[in-house]
Write a protein that binds this ligand. Structure first.
Ligand SMILES: Nc1ncnc2c1ncn2[C@@H]1O[C@H](COP(=O)(O)OP(=O)(O)OP(=O)(O)O)[C@@H](O)[C@H]1O
Ligand SMILES: O=C(O)[C@@H](O)C(=O)CO
Length: 417
């Protein structure tokens, strides 16, 4: 393994694995510090640490990094969300600082930009499309409401060390100028440096500038140029793994409440049967995994959807009543249990909406690693795991995908265009 990555959630991991695979590295997505197939050029360890307690997130990330370094990785990427999902008390800062120490790195870039999905960083401020992050809908996120678009200020609340920043004009001056800028930041004592990027070319410049960095941090965009660094050194084999097609039956499970997911659920419901999961009903114990599974099986021929997706005011009402973490855990456990029950009974395609939800589903399915198939929409590939035969998956980040993503994902897993 040449490049090892640690992703703080499962959809983020598949987003990054997709980028590295498209960049020409043979890539495997590992579940936790999952073992199994390690003969790849890039290994992405998917953790579920985005909303975990800080100590837990640091411990799991260090364990994953140590494992990746043992596999021979020359560079470690810490992948977080392109919308920088975190709270003022963590976890991006503490994990990044712990990885700096572990890898003996002086300075690392911080760059969540992902222009293909509208995430651009200018003067340290993060935009989603034409909106500042804090006005993009992300301010209503159920677990990590992003209420400040200034990534320097947000990250500073999470770290012990002072945060540096490098503006777009330096990036546009080229890789050598950026390297000098990073050295100057290090001299000033800034070991985590927020770097602007608004186009793919900016990300390519940043990737070229950090070719010899032991640690790189960012969204999946930062990884677009990393395979080229290894190619320049003649280290890539150029052989891609064969990923099998997987026919149905299929189901969609959505626990994401983002605006994008709300539209995608509404779109899928136009032509497919749906079962809405009311968290209050779940908390009272009046809905069981078995009941939902029977409903899915009765509708299996029509690619049904089971979802807890709801509007922000409904989400905050239920959170106030039952507690944010308790509700999230109840829903995630339910969706995990549902996926396992369905896969045990022969479901071969599972499409999931939401990073936390995806983590719960993949962990409940007990998968060890996943191969990376074709891209469905920017940032979301087909994944194929082995679970008594091939199981096709798509793990969609809350904010990714076209309105018809769910139907398209099921088609792509089966190899239909
Ligand atoms: N109706 C609801 N009320 C309250 N909480 C909910 C509801 N539906 C889902 N949730 C919880 O909200 C969280 C949604 O997070 P998830 O990561 O799955 O989606 P997302 O944040 O939109 O996606 P991503 O992390 O990929 O951006 C989960 O913990 C889920 O259990
Ligand atoms: O970077 C993103 O936006 C996604 O890969 C993600 O992390 C989803 O949770």
């Amino acid at each position: 393994m040449l490049l090892g990555a640690i992703a703080d959630d499962f959809t983020g991991a598949s987003d990054l694995a997709n980028t590295l695979a498209r960049g020409g590295m043979s890539t495997v997505q590992f579940v936790g510090t999952g073992r199994g197939k390690t003969d790849c050029e890039a290994g992405v360890v998917a953790l579920k640490t985005r909303s975990a307690p800080v100590d837990d997130a640091v411990r799991q990330s260090l364990e994953a990094a140590r494992w990746l370094l043992e596999q021979g990785c020359e560079q470690i990427v810490f992948k977080y969300c392109s919308t920088f999902d975190s709270t003022p008390s963590g976890n991006i800062g503490p994990v990044a600082e712990a990885l700096l120490r572990l890898t003996g790195t002086g300075v690392a870039v911080v760059c969540p930009a992902f222009p293909a999905t509208g995430r651009r960083l200018f003067m340290g401020h993060l935009f989603v499309g034409d909106r500042l992050l804090s006005e993009s809908g992300m301010q209503n996120h159920p677990l990590t409401p992003m209420t400040d678009p200034d990534i320097r200020r947000w990250l500073q609340q999470q770290t012990k060390g002072e945060i540096g920043s490098i503006a777009l004009d330096v990036v546009r001056s080229g890789a050598a100028a950026l390297r000098n800028g990073l050295r100057a930041e290090l001299t000033a004592g800034h070991r985590l440096v927020v770097v602007d990027a608004i186009e793919d070319d900016d990300l390519a410049t940043i990737a070229a500038a950090v070719a010899d960095h032991k640690l790189v941090t960012g969204g999946s965009g930062i990884a677009q140029g990393l395979p080229q660094n290894f190619r320049n050194q003649g280290k890539l084999s150029g052989t891609a793994a064969e990923v099998p097609l997987v026919e149905g039956p299929g189901v969609v499970i959505c626990g994401s409440c983002s605006t994008t997911s709300q539209n995608q659920v509404a779109c899928h419901l136009q032509n497919h049967p749906g079962l809405a999961i009311d968290p209050a009903v779940l908390m009272r114990g009046s809905m069981s995994v078995e009941r939902a599974a029977r409903w899915v099986e009765a509708n299996a021929a029509e690619n049904p959807i089971v979802y807890s997706t709801a509007a922000p005011e409904v989400v905050s009402f239920v959170q106030q009543r039952f507690g944010r973490e308790d509700v999230a855990e109840k829903i995630e456990t339910f969706f995990g249990g549902l996926a396992r029950r369905l896969a045990d009974a022969g479901m071969r395609q599972i499409v999931v909406g939401g990073g936390e939800t995806s983590g719960a589903v993949v962990e409940a399915l007990g998968l060890k690693n996943m191969m990376i198939g074709p891209e469905i929409d920017p940032g979301v590939p087909v994944l194929v795991a082995d679970r008594s035969g091939p199981l096709g998956l798509a793990l969609k980040s809350g904010n990714f995908g076209a309105p018809d993503f769910f139907a398209k994902a099921l088609d792509r897993i089966a190899g239909h265009e």
